[in-house]
Design a protein around this ligand. Structure first.
Ligand code: B4P
Length: 279
């Protein structure tokens, strides 16, 4: 039986609802009342995004998810602000009778949260940011997403600039910098500029770049951060870092890690997308 504050954090599902159900069944065996947190990218590229959204939303107060880049992309596509990509598998959601409830629920999700001393974000934390600043900046964007300017934010969030953080950024540049760090970043230049071209794992780190979490003097260093997004990085368990995207949609695994114990539960996933064919 789970203790009162048992929690499992689950990596990127991307519409692989059957594997999510299998993983939740495994969790129920050992911790039937555990809180469930998701590292974002609930939807897209996999076969059952609609069922995934319905399932996670129906978990109510027992569960929460941070927003991932694919979740934000769904909100933009659903509002006619962006065309769908060839590889998107969002149509079922867009045509669902309950789409507005589901999208509204998704739009209210946080971009960062703290659980048992761990910061949870979808992708990363700008090297210049402390944990406190990360939460405050995530909250700035969450407030916009929940307020009257949310469509402007979604319209203007696409693009790779600014590469570097400055506290002086304002307006859509500021929103984009925050969103890109929290939901898309993998590598940074040694002086802390985000790179969006490199998606391979650490064995193929390009010259002049480092994973964001290995940048020297990172202001959040030493405080545990959990993230997904980086499927080619795979499962990383370090005292200060838990990386949870184990490539479910690419034929890898769906992973859950418990807090505070860090027990790992995994489910094998059939391949839904072929690497390199993602646009
Ligand atoms: N502000 C913003 N600006 C721009 N876009 C925004 C945005 N906000 C939201 N978006 C949206 O974000 C979405 C994704 O953009 P993309 O640019 O298409 O996504 P990605 O980096 O491939 O990210 P993904 O999240 O799928 O990462 P993963 O590690 O699984 O996969 C990464 C790569 O690893 C490869 N890969 C996976 N498994 C592999 C394996 N086993 N072997 C080799 N390669 C593998 C795959 O081919 C894949 O390309 C788009 O819909 C875009 O519109």
């Amino acid at each position: 039986m789970a203790s009162g504050n048992a929690c499992y954090v689950i990596g990127d599902i991307q519409g692989c609802c059957d594997q999510l159900e299998q993983l939740l069944a495994l969790i129920s065996h050992t911790a039937p009342t555990a809180k469930i947190l998701f590292a974002g990218d609930l939807v897209n590229r996999g076969p059952k995004s609609l069922q995934t959204l319905r399932l996670v939303k129906a978990m109510g107060a027992r569960a929460d998810s941070v927003l991932g880049n694919h979740d934000l992309h769904l909100l933009a596509v659903a509002n006619g602000l962006r065309p769908a990509h060839k590889s998107d598998t969002l149509d079922e959601i867009l045509q669902a009778p309950d789409r507005e409830e589901l999208l509204d629920w998704l739009r209210q999700r946080p971009l960062a949260l703290i659980e048992q001393g761990h910061l949870l974000v979808h992708a990363g934390v700008f090297p210049a940011w402390s944990i406190e600043q990360t939460l405050a900046l995530a909250h700035e964007v969450e407030q916009v997403l929940r307020g009257p300017d949310w469509l402007s934010l979604l319209r203007e969030m696409y693009g790779n600039t600014p590469e570097r953080w400055s506290d002086d950024l304002h307006g859509s540049e500021r929103w984009r910098g925050i969103i890109n760090a929290l939901t898309r970043m993998r590598y940074c230049s040694l002086d802390g500029a985000m790179d969006f071209d490199s998606k391979d794992g650490m064995a193929a780190t390009p010259p002049g770049l480092l994973p964001w979490f290995d940048i020297a003097n990172r202001n959040s260093a030493g405080q545990p951060i959990i993230f997904g997004h980086w499927s080619t990085l795979g499962l990383v368990l370090r005292p200060d870092l838990i990386s949870l995207d184990t490539g479910c949609v690419w034929g890898g695994k769906l992973t859950a890690v418990s807090l505070p114990g860090r027990d790992v539960l995994q489910v094998d996933c059939p391949q839904q997308q072929r690497p390199g064919k993602s646009k």
